[in-house]
Design a protein around this ligand. Structure first.
Ligand code: SF4
Ligand code: SF4
Ligand code: SF4
Length: 320
């Protein structure tokens, strides 16, 4: 590596990521981020429309499940509205030129494992309803565990919740403004399970303040232990199934200079891209492509669909 390039890499390593310029149009290191946020917004509108039309949630869950089995956690990186809400907090933080907090790697790993426990608890909550619905096995639509209050599958779809609904949500809303009802992911569940306590509204606001407040400093905070994220990735984590997704990140070890930028910019602090020497199989990776757009080595990182390169890293340092 020549001296000029080494100096540039050192300069990049010293940048406090999260305080970067918001001048996206001129910044080649934001090329995927711009497209991703645009697509997230489009999906938010589509999900709002689907909420109005009314689609059986089981269908949505099946679509997300199979999309994830074959495309990895693309849903988390490019579709999920709750992910978008957290990304907006990150954008706001950058706008204010405030740096982010990175969680210690050990804590991040523990939170990652905690997601499995949360997913198991959700399944356990569904079991009593499953037992009482045994007599209705001949009619799947009458399964109690598929209906409130045993909405285990609906709980997994909570991250899809739009912020505004044109009708009163079944279990309650945060507020009503001119016939529109404000809500947030998991607020419906909080109202459902705590409606008799009188604390549902207060706890809903506390939940929102905690999630968005921490997401302001810790990127994609809720994604670290989101039960939906874990359920989406649960199958692909087994060795036998890890090659099923057509879409995956790939790395050319010989091109990697171990600059560490990919590790620093990852919103969910995946370390495998830095450590791996070939394909990346992490179930934490949301395929957001932030590491690909920020990797300063040409063709070092790439996104591949069935082995074919869709996009790859570029040596943006040369023009920096
Ligand atoms: S982990 Fe959960 S909140 Fe985060 S993007 Fe995936 S589904 Fe959405
Ligand atoms: S993969 Fe790219 S960004 Fe990550 S350490 Fe290697 S050269 Fe740096
Ligand atoms: S490893 Fe790369 S693509 Fe995956 S979540 Fe982190 S930055 Fe995004």
């Amino acid at each position: 590596m020549n001296n000029k390039k080494q100096l540039k890499i050192e300069r990049i390593q010293n940048i406090k990521f999260g305080c970067e310029s918001l001048n996206w149009l001129k910044d080649k290191t934001k090329r995927f981020s711009i497209i991703r946020v645009s697509i997230q917004l489009l999906f938010l509108m589509l999900i709002f429309y689907v909420s109005i039309v009314g689609v059986w949630k089981g269908i949505l869950l099946l679509i997300i499940f199979f999309a994830t089995v074959f495309l990895g956690r693309l849903f988390c990186g490019w579709v999920c509205p709750m992910g978008l809400y957290m990304d907006i907090m990150t954008l706001l933080r950058r706008l204010l030129r405030i740096s982010h907090w990175s969680l210690p790697e050990s804590l991040n790993g523990v939170l990652h494992k905690t997601r499995y426990i949360i997913a198991l608890v959700i399944i356990a909550l569904a079991l009593p309803g499953l037992a009482t619905s045994y007599t209705a096995l001949h009619d799947v639509s009458k399964f109690l565990w598929l209906q409130p209050p045993f909405t285990v599958y609906a709980f997994l779809l909570e991250p899809l919740q739009p912020l505004v609904l044109p009708w009163r949500p079944p279990f309650g809303a945060l507020a009503e403004i001119s016939g529109f009802y404000l809500t947030f992911p998991y607020v419906g569940e909080i109202f459902l399970y705590l409606k008799d306590t009188g604390f549902a509204l207060l706890l809903s606001y506390i939940f929102i303040v905690i999630v968005l407040g921490i997401s302001f400093k810790v990127r994609r905070f809720w994604c670290r232990f989101c039960p939906t994220g874990i359920s989406l990735a649960a199958i692909n984590r087994f060795n036998r199934f890890k090659n099923i997704p057509f879409l995956r990140l790939s790395k050319k070890e010989e091109k990697c200079t171990k600059c560490g930028i990919c590790k620093r910019v990852c919103p969910v602090q995946v370390t495998e891209v830095y450590e791996s020497n070939k394909d990346i199989y992490s179930t934490m990776c949301t395929l957001c492509l932030r590491c690909v757009e920020m990797c300063p080595e040409s063709d070092c990182l790439s996104l591949k669909l069935n082995g074919k390169t869709i996009c790859k890293s570029r040596n943006w340092l040369e023009s920096a």
